[in-house]
Ligand binder design. Sequence first.
Ligand code: FUL
Length: 477
Amino acid sequence: MGVSIRDAAQITPSQRQLSWQELEFYGFIHFTVNTFTDREWGLGDESPSLFHPSELSASQWVEACRSAGMKGLILTCKHHDGFCLWPSAYTEHSVKNSPWNSGEGDLVREVADACREAGLKFGIYLSPWDRHESSYGNSPEYNTFFVNQLRELLSGYGELFCVWFDGACGEGTNGKRQVYDWDAYYGIIRELQPNAVISVCGPDVRWCGNEAGHTRTSEWSVVPASMQDNEKIQGNSQQADDGEFAKRVSSEEEDLGSRTVLAEAEEVVWYPSEVNTSIRPGWFYHAAEDDLVKSLDELMDLYERTVGGNATFLLNLPPDKRGLIHENDARRLKELGQRIQEVYRINLAKDAVVQASSEKGSDNAAQRITDGSSSTYWSAIEGVEQVELNIDLGSEQAFDRIVLAEYIREGQRIERFSVEWQDGEAWQPLYEGTIVGYKHICRFNEVKARRLRLLIAESRWCPTLSRFEVYNSANDQ
Ligand code: FUL
């Protein structure tokens, strides 16, 4: 029992996990018959004739995502009500029986094409729980049906970056119990879309555990393999359509990867976190929520805590009955994109001179952390777990953000660090942090300084860093 620090330090991401992590921020679209019935969970008996968006424009959705700085989009191809946004050959419960485009429409195709045209990655959400399909609960029959639907989506719409399996199910004790054949689902995904990550009820991307935008101070990507247990993920997911779940934050499991956790673990895996939340209270559009779009400050804070907290940010945008992202949401997304760009535009450490108390060799010299490339990196000598890095910005600068990035191809190592600034002869504390991982955004009150030092107080085997950047958020003015 117990995983050694050195072993934990050697756990690295797969190529598909790395590519996914680099997307950082991407959109979620919840759209189905619920949009027209004003519900969050459809019952499965809705008539396909309800689905009649009057002005649907997938390129407007994609443009809204792009304006926010998102690099991908995941579409609810089928939510719990079972209605399919593509003309599946395996059910009548789909767009082929809707007035939209006279039953000739294929929304999955429209969104996939719009994404490709705009340079966004495309991913699919397919709810395992299906309240319409009569075979649901008759396990082998439904599993065949589900694999057939997966095959349609995996083979008909070009490259996918993600297949998102929701853990939610509201069948309750007297409902139908379906035993999902996860191995069969994963098998066909790996076969037909080897580059796609399988998220939530899947081995590649971990659900952060809440839908309210709560983030952990120390979000480890290396966690016990037992976290990949789908039964447990489903148990923690939404069980009832009571409008409460999306607001709930459970902080029971704050620590998923510290040394205390490693000491008890049998095996650890690279299983990084994704934070999913909605721009409005609901996942689907409700006119009553038009004035409840999250504020720019809230969204910016979420962005900095998720992407800047070693997670990715999956932000949901619900198109309205017209089939458009409402003006209020579209405006907010554009504002967010501008704010992100402005805050992170001028890196004040671009020409900084860096020295480290330990350096593995010239390929991994300390200076690598400011060369603007995320494929070069500094590393301490193996076995050196505490390091001091001195950063000289060349002249005094005013700033309130520092961005750190580990070279995660080599694993996640840093456990505790602090940053100080030089004030005359003295060093003043500026920031204390725990993990870094893919990206850590340090936020603090503005300070004016020329010299900084980063003290890595605890790490696993030897720390690495690929980026050290300095910004001033006042630059957005
Ligand atoms: C939940 C679902 O029940 C919601 O409707 C939504 O799809 C969200 C992303 O996951 O658990």
